[in-house]
Structure formats: structure tokens, C-alpha cells
Design a protein around this ligand. Structure first.
Ligand SMILES: NC(=O)c1ccc[n+]([C@@H]2O[C@H](COP(=O)([O-])OP(=O)(O)OC[C@H]3O[C@@H](n4cnc5c(N)ncnc54)[C@H](OP(=O)(O)O)[C@@H]3O)[C@@H](O)[C@H]2O)c1
Length: 415
């Protein structure tokens, strides 16, 4: 099978797409025919062996595990003899962790306990986009942040992999959510349910005089003193991400400072290390099945394009998730997606300015424009008479095409 392999730490140039032996499932393991995998900063940290602390477990001079890729979705190919919950053919998603890293391959093996069934209403690409980021967002909000209905929640980094899921998960808990992102992502963050969006290029969210009961910080770019200023008196700051640098000096100093500050006063500043959890993957499956969480896909790459995909992710401005797709038609869908680019009518798609009910054809497919209730893009998939349903919501006279790509992808693979 083809797989991404690396034998030295370094830039994406160390990644090679090679022919290697297909793994075999151990007693408690499942062999998956990979349909999609997703990228995380975690992958490039291991690729670069940075921060250096990683090398203490991953190998001092060179990586002990020569494969990459944590997030996976695909079909069960074979199961170990003690596996009880899955059978060949089942659509699954989950994590290839530790020694079983290797989702960037045609086949991947992982423990039965690291997988859940893929809901029918999301694609393999969407399902692959979930595991690491959703575990981080869910465990951060629920376990560390003790999220409660009615609370005011702020997500810093709301447009990224963790943030775009955190916004939707926080909404599912019945909270009032504020997302922080740059100008180009304001509409997207609003479209996934944020009640308020702060454009960090225009405003410093720590200087607006608003207070929050819970902050999930996936960026870590503001001093803790400023973050405390915008926490309510019993508020909780969950520190999910930040710039680690080579030596982790910044994050370690920040963690020590946070632990000291938490001892005085009623506010809590806590770190987070997400853990694999079958129960939490099942919760995410249910949230997706109910249409409460719809992963946002930014770009798709093929297996041999993993180095380019990692370069893009490393720039730090992915909009939702970057996925590796094994679907041959992904090129066509990419064209739809990248040209949609929110608010702009995609080339070749005549939607008459987003007039609801308007019908047209794109590449021979029947397309219809439907109005989108903001919280429920899932209902558009029920339209069986059309190949593609364009979701718009109308703000004044302006049609907003932000769900185009996601709906398009769902229609392409509606299982
Ligand atoms: N603690 C854990 O267990 C755990 C688990 C997973 C990930 N993480 C960490 O969490 C962090 C986020 O991960 P991710 O997967 O979400 O990364 P990501 O998808 O690469 O994040 C990119 C996003 O960050 C946003 N961003 C960049 N600068 C920003 C700023 N100044 N203010 C607000 N948003 C900004 C970008 O939005 P714009 O383009 O709009 O700027 C972009 O959408 C990383 O540091 C990662 O290592 C931690």
C-alpha cells in the first residue's frame, strides 16, 4: 500500500510517499481502508520533532514511529479476533494514536476503542475532520470548563480546527458564544452558530469591557493578566493551544503562571491535554447525526500531497480542517469549494443572486437554491430531487453562500 513515511525530523521535505506492507490488525484492533484523514498541528510537531521535548518520547535523534496521521475515517477492512463492535464494511472514524500513527496511508490500523461509527449524514472527509479537534474542544469545554447552559463563552481561534468545532459544541450546550477570528472568517464563524464574532484585526477582544464565564483559548496570544480581566468572577480559562517554540519555554512559563494565579481568587486558569475517548467520539457522532455539529473543511489534498498540506497548515490560517482525501472526485469538489469563497457566487453556478427556489445546472448536475436556517444545514440534504443543494441565508438583500461547499460535499457522498 502507499503511505507517508519519514525517517528524519525536519521540514515537510522529509515526508515520502512510499510503497510499504499493509498493517495487520492485532487482537483488539481494526484494519481500516482509509477514505479520508485530517491534519493537525500535532502531525507537524512530530514531523519536526519540535518542541524538542517531543523527542524524549518520539525518539531523540530520529523518529521511532516513522508514520504520520492521527485523524482517520474509512471502512473496516478486517478486525482482530477480540473485536466485538465492528465488522468489515462498517464506516468508522477515530484516532490512530502513538505507535499506531499512520492515517496518511491507504490502510491504517488502530484499536477498537479509538473508533466510533460514522454517522450517515456526514462524509468520510467530515468525519476525519473530527477526532483530535473535537476531543480537545469537548474535553476543554465540558471537563475543564464545566460548561453550563446560559453561560457566555468565548472561543479564541474560532476559525481553526479546534475553534470551529468548539463554537458548535458550545452552542449545543445552550450557551451564548463569541468567536474570535480574522476578517475573512467572520461570516464562516457566524454561519456555524456563533452569536457574536470579533474580528481580531479590528478589535482586541480583551479590551472591549465584556466578560465571559468560560474562555476556550486555542491561540494563546494574550497575556494571562488580560485574559483574567475578561473572565467573570468565577470564570474559567481553558488554555488549549499556543506557540510552543523550540523549547516550550513560553507554554511552560504560562502554565506555571496560570497555576499560581488560580490559587488566588475564584477564577480558574487551566491547561488541557486532550485524551482519546471512545465515549467522546460517540458523543461527537450523535452531535453530527443530529445536525448540531458540521465539520468545516478548508482544503483537500491527495495522499502524495501531504507535504503541501502540512506546509499550508503550518501557516496557521486554515479555515476549519485540512483533509487528505482518497476520493477521486475530490478535485471537482475542490473547484466548487475554493471558488465559493463565501459571499462570492462560484464560477459557473448561476444561482440568480441566491434567489430561493432558483434552479440551474452545474456540470450537468441539477442545482437548487434553498434558504438555510442557520443552525440546521443538515435538513438541506433531505432534498432528493436535486443533485446539489446550495444553502443560502439572506441578510438584507445579500445572499450568503457559506454552506455551499459543505452541502456540495455531503450531496456527493450522502451515505
Ligand atoms: N491541548 C490539546 O490537547 C490540543 C489538541 C489539539 C490542538 N491543540 C493546539 O490547539 C491549537 C489550535 O489547533 P487547531 O487544530 O485549531 O489549529 P489550526 O486549525 O491550524 O488553527 C488555525 C486557525 O487559527 C486562527 N488564528 C491564527 N491567529 C489567530 C489570532 N491571532 N487570533 C485568533 N485566531 C487566530 C486562524 O484564523 P484566522 O485565519 O482567522 O487568523 C486559523 O483559523 C494549536 O496550538 C494546537 O497545537 C492542543
Amino acid at each position: 500500500m502507499k503511505a507517508i513515511v519519514f525517517h528524519h525530523y525536519g521540514s515537510p521535505d522529509v515526508l515520502k510517499c512510499e510503497e510499504i506492507a499493509r498493517p495487520t490488525a492485532g487482537d483488539n484492533e481494526v484494519l481500516i481502508k482509509v477514505r479520508a484523514a485530517a491534519l493537525n498541528p500535532y502531525d507537524w510537531h512530530f514531523m519536526r520533532g519540535m518542541p524538542y521535548l517531543i523527542r524524549a518520547m518520539a525518539g531523540l535523534r530520529k523518529p521511532k514511529v516513522t508514520r504520520l496521521g492521527f485523524d482517520v475515517a474509512g471502512q473496516v477492512e478486517a478486525v482482530g479476533r477480540k473485536v466485538t463492535q465492528f465488522k468489515p464494511g462498517d464506516p468508522v472514524f477515530g484516532a490512530c494514536a502513538g505507535a499506531r500513527a499512520g492515517a496518511f496511508a491507504e490502510y491504517a490500523c488502530t484499536s477498537e476503542s479509538a473508533l466510533a461509527m460514522k454517522p450517515h449524514n456526514v462524509t468520510f472527509e467530515q468525519a476525519a475532520a473530527v477526532p483530535m479537534c473535537a476531543l480537545t474542544a469537548l474535553q476543554g469545554l465540558r471537563d475543564k470548563g464545566h460548561i453550563k447552559p446560559g453561560q457566555k463563552v468565548l472561543v479564541n481561534g474560532a476559525a481553526g480546527g479546534v475553534g470551529s468545532l468548539a463554537v458548535q459544541i458550545a452552542k449545543s450546550f445552550g450557551t451564548e458564544v463569541t468567536g474570535v477570528c480574522s476578517t475573512r472568517n467572520v461570516d464562516m464563524v457566524r454561519s456555524i452558530g456563533a452569536d457574536h464574532v470579533i474580528d481580531y484585526t479590528q478589535q482586541d477582544f480583551t479590551k472591549r469591557g465584556h466578560r465571559y464565564d468560560l474562555i476556550l483559548d486555542a491561540v494563546g496570544n494574550r497575556p494571562l493578566s488580560a485574559m483574567r480581566r475578561i473572565l467573570s468572577s468565577n470564570g474559567i480559562l481553558v488554555m488549549a493551544g499556543g506557540q510552543a517554540g523550540r523549547w516550550m519555554i513560553g507554554p511552560v512559563a504560562r502554565a506555571i503562571q496560570a497555576s499560581l494565579l488560580s490559587r488566588f481568587g475564584s477564577q480558574k486558569l487551566v491547561g488541557l491535554l486532550a485524551r482519546a475517548s471512545k465515549e467522546d467520539l460517540s458523543i461527537m457522532r450523535d452531535l453530527m447525526a443530529a445536525g448540531k455539529v458540521t465539520p468545516v473543511i478548508d482544503r483537500r489534498y491527495k495522499l502524495n500531497e501531504v507535504p503541501a498540506a502540512i506546509r499550508y497548515l503550518e501557516e496557521g490560517h486554515a479555515r476549519g480542517k485540512v483533509v487528505i482525501s482518497f476520493d477521486d472526485s475530490h478535485k471537482a469538489s475542490n473547484q466548487i469549494e475554493t471558488t465559493s469563497n463565501f459571499r462570492r457566487v462560484p464560477a459557473g453556478l448561476d444561482t440568480s443572486g441566491g434567489q430561493v427556489g432558483h434552479q440551474s445546472r452545474i456540470r450537468g448536475k441539477k442545482v437548487v437554491v434553498r434558504q438555510l436556517p442557520r443552525q440546521d444545514p443538515g435538513h438541506l440534504l433531505k432534498d432528493r430531487r436535486h443533485d446539489l443543494v446550495v444553502g443560502v441565508y439572506l441578510r438584507g438583500k445579500e445572499a450568503n453562500f457559506e454552506f455551499l461547499s459543505r452541502i456540495a460535499i455531503s450531496m456527493r457522498d450522502p451515505r
